[in-house]
Design a protein around this ligand. Structure first.
Ligand code: PLP
Length: 398
């Protein structure tokens, strides 16, 4: 058989999807792959039923249906506080995933350097491979997940094309403050780089943390490509609706990249999702309350079990520290991956080994997501409470 491209040989298997497969094989509760187990708002599903009869069923405008872009521009203005021209500043994509890929392909030449904070969402590695960009990793140091401004400036000095900022962050739940974003903005301006933001969790935040849209900060509009999606905000990860909002000069080309990648996002789904974009402020307040209850429930349960964890400021992930377990004789030399596999088999709860998110050698954190109904979270905590017993049994046998 002829040789495949060098590009594909550098892809690794997704650890998250691997954990899901193992979880399914053992009938475990899957808190690894992060998506809600509840439906989108009823207004949106009702709109979807109507659209099934009325259409549209053919291609929408390649860069997004007119009414979808208008509703999106209005929503961005409402929450981010800056004006967006729906005719020039938006491209609608197949999820935030395509938005990030299209943004990278639009601004990066092969060999260009891109700053990525570590831990990072695993797709950024693939985005870099596909666009030919070379990531420079800057650590976000647990438990606060702060970064060192001097190290960041050193990275910019190497000559970078863009910096990727996942805010709020998957996996560590960090919400970048406006001061941190302003500092990133000053460096991006000084070294003339783009800021590509991944803001898919923009509405999943925990008080007192607030979301700052980097593009809304003074002087940054022309260099920020805001990538986001409807997946998390409206609990519709399967609809694959995302977008880039940015300066018209860049969006003009991002639209072409998107056109040749996918032609367009699903027309009937855009039509139905307009209803979501027009939902009142109370919807977003309710969403925040819902996730705050889930987060608080899970972390209270983890505290009661005695599992150390961070307290996410945003997104729906919590990192649990397993270093006390790994220090025991019975787990000597174990990786976090092996521990996660063992946990699935013994207590029936799946997490993602943190090492798959970090560039640095971090082996003591595992990630749970909590976009699940309270019954599932309750059952997960009941099962995790058995960890101590399982560990003791293993230790006895060691
Ligand atoms: C940080 C981050 N960006 C992007 C995505 C993908 O979003 P979408 O479903 O819109 O492609 C995810 C999904 O988990 C994510 O966590």
């Amino acid at each position: 058989m002829p040789k495949l491209s060098d590009r594909v040989s550098t892809f690794t298997d997704s650890v998250i999807r691997r954990m899901t497969r193992i979880a399914n094989a053992h009938n475990a509760l899957n808190l690894s792959q992060g998506f809600p187990d509840f439906d989108p708002p009823a207004e949106i599903t009702a709109a979807l039923s109507r659209v099934a009869l009325t259409g549209p069923h053919q291609y929408a405008t390649t860069w997004g249906a007119d009414n979808f872009r208008r509703a999106l521009a209005a929503k961005q203005e409402r929450f981010a506080g800056y004006s967006v021209n729906p005719d020039t500043d938006i491209v609608v994509t197949c999820g935030g995933t395509e938005a990030m890929m299209a943004a990278m392909l639009t601004v990066c030449n092969p060999g260009d350097r891109v700053i990525v904070f570590s831990p990072f969402y695993e797709n950024y590695g693939a985005d870099a491979i596909l666009s030919g960009a070379e990531p420079i990793f800057i650590p976000l140091t647990p438990p606060e997940y702060a970064f060192d401004p001097a190290a960041l400036e050193e990275a910019f000095k190497q000559g970078v094309k863009a910096i990727i900022v996942c805010n709020p962050s998957n996996p560590c739940g960090k919400v970048f403050t406006s001061e941190e974003l302003a500092l990133i903005g000053r460096l991006a301006t000084k070294y003339d780089a783009f800021i590509i933001t991944d803001e898919v969790y923009e509405h999943i935040l925990y008080a007192p943390h607030k979301h700052t849209y980097a593009a809304a900060l003074p002087g940054l509009r022309d260099r920020v490509l805001c990538c986001s999606s409807l997946s998390k905000t409206y609990s519709m990860t399967g609809w694959r609706l995302g977008y880039i909002i940015g300066p018209a000069e860049v969006i003009e080309y991002a639209r072409k990249v998107h056109d040749f990648l996918t032609v367009g996002a699903a027309a009937p789904l855009q039509e139905a999702a307009v209803t979501g974009l027009l939902l009142p402020k109370s919807y977003y307040e309710d969403l925040r309350e819902l996730y705050t209850r889930k987060r608080d429930y899970l972390i209270k349960g983890l505290d009661e079990i005695g599992l150390k964890h961070n307290t996410p400021q945003g997104s729906y992930f919590v990192m649990v520290d397993i270093s006390d377990f790994l220090a025991l004789d019975c787990f000597r030399g174990w990786s976090d991956l092996r521990f996660c596999e063992w946990m699935i088999q013994t207590v029936g709860v799946a997490a993602v080994p943190g090492s798959s998110f970090f560039r640095e050698n971090v082996n003591h954190l595992i990630r749970f997501h909590f976009a699940r109904g309270e019954d599932t979270l309750k059952e997960a905590l009941t099962r995790l409470a058995r960890l101590e017993h399982e560990v003791a049994a293993r230790q006895k046998g060691a």
